[in-house]
Write a protein that binds this ligand. Structure first.
Ligand SMILES: Cc1cc2nc3c(=O)[nH]c(=O)nc-3n(C[C@H](O)[C@H](O)[C@H](O)COP(=O)(O)O)c2cc1C
Length: 407
């Protein structure tokens, strides 16, 4: 393995850290990584600087205050709360079909089309199924953690998405955004808009023109509806169309502040969303289209120009991130941070750490694994001449910045 490129002394230091942190990962591990290895893990999400790139994606692991507390204690960089379904003043939700209650989740192995064994979480539920007031209480608890400098917590919303001939339901946008802003308090409000995989499986998302309109107009809709300045992350689904359309979706989203790329695939036969290696392969393949070598063409045969990445907002990666190496795969394609779900849910025996919360154990493996961890991967990029020190340090954000440099 290429980590043989890393200096043996550094490598044995990493092995020692990996061993001793199995019992307890220090909450300030980014400081330790900087002091011990000269590696600056600083990352960015939605315009906020965070101490390292690893965050939690919206879902069943950000539903209550206890989960947020554990994540703050573990030193996670940020958490996106479960997606709430927008409503108007009277409580009407045009996307109510997404507010269904379902508790059973199954963490299981899934083999990719290419035969690679990975993990997926099978679950038939959709959005937040309690009241908006309960959601706002969770957001307020999250804001306390953010104000205390312990954890950046951001809400996620599924707002009304009209058919082509229909107008957006402004009252749902206005009422929900105003309530979030009130709970948030200090502007700018940060919010993630979810275009979910179950939406990709819905007849609503069967038309390309309709999807492109949503992506073009939704960030502006949210801005117009907000009583305070707002930064909008758009979490893109994997649509049922080809890679070139996936890129078209990114281009349509120029009005967003960040794109989260890309939510899970949808299995039409089983009627469920899924992840694993098929997901990361697709996501990375599409992100590769953003920095083509001269003359290369995407699947559709449409020539790609540097313009492709120029008009696109900053990126955050999601999908099958189970190692530091995979974080760097997304970073090398321009992602300034990552959002995980499945890796925070594995059976305990799958983590090398022996103590601590799942979040701690996951962070331990992602950062310190001597072969596949983030520190090992950064040092290896340096050894290969793919990353240089600035001010004596290797910077995680330089990996993403290099992706946008057109040669
Ligand atoms: C059980 C489950 C529920 C999820 N719920 C949401 C959700 O409500 N909103 C959302 O934007 N993403 C949701 N996601 C997607 C995750 O945030 C994440 O982007 C996706 O699973 C890919 O990351 P992973 O491969 O690390 O799981 C959910 C994922 C799972 C597994």
């Amino acid at each position: 393995m290429a980590s043989g490129l890393v200096h043996p002394r550094t490598r044995s230091e990493l092995e020692r850290d990996f061993e001793r942190f199995k019992r307890e990962l220090p909450r300030d591990f980014p400081d330790h990584v900087s002091a011990a290895y000269g590696v600056d893990l600083t990352a960015r999400y939605l315009g906020e600087t965070v101490p390292h790139p690893i965050g939690k994606g919206s879902g069943q692991l950000s539903l209550n205050g206890g989960q947020l507390e554990d994540d703050a204690a573990a030193g996670l960089a940020f958490v996106v709360l479960k997606t709430v379904i927008a409503e108007d003043e009277a409580g009407a939700q045009s996307m109510a079909a997404w507010a269904i209650h379902e508790t059973r989740m199954k963490v299981e192995r899934r083999e990719s089309a290419a035969g690679r064994d990975g993990w997926t979480v099978t679950w038939k539920g959709r959005g937040w199924d309690r009241s908006l007031d309960e959601y706002l209480a969770l957001l307020r608890a999250g804001r306390e953690l953010t104000r205390a400098g312990r954890l950046l917590v951001v809400p996620s919303v599924k707002y009304h998405l009209p058919r082509l001939a229909e107008a957006f339901r402004d009252p749902e946008y206005r009422y929900t955004t105003a309530r979030l802003a009130e709970a948030w308090r200090e502007p700018p409000l940060l919010v993630e808009k979810d275009f979910s995989p179950t939406l990709a499986g819905d007849a609503l998302a069967g038309e390309r023109a309709q999807i492109v309109r949503w992506l073009r107009d939704v960030p502006g809709q949210i801005r117009a509806a907000s009583p305070v300045p707002v930064r909008v992350a758009v979490k893109l689904m994997n649509a049922r169309f080809d890679d070139a359309f996936q890129l078209e979706m990114m281009e349509a989203c120029a009005g967003a502040d960040v794109l989260v790329c890309f939510n899970r695939l949808f299995d039409e036969k089983l009627g469920v969303a899924y992840g694993g290696w098929d997901l990361s392969e697709r996501n990375l393949r599409v992100l590769d289209l953003l920095r083509p070598s001269p003359g290369s063409r995407p699947g559709s045969g449409r020539p790609l120009t540097p313009r492709a990445s120029a008009g696109i907002p900053p990126l955050t990666g999601t999908g099958n991130i189970c190692s530091g190496r995979m974080i760097l795969e997304y970073a090398r394609r321009g992602c300034e941070s990552v959002q995980l779900h499945t890796f925070f849910q594995l059976p305990l025996a799958e983590y090398p750490a022996t103590q601590g919360s799942r979040t701690q154990r996951a962070l331990h493996a992602l950062v310190f694994h001597p072969e596949d961890g983030l520190v090992a991967g950064m040092l290896e990029l340096e050894a290969r001449g793919a990353l240089e020190r600035r001010g004596g340090e290797l910077h995680f954000l330089d990996v993403a910045a290099r992706a946008h440099r057109q040669s």
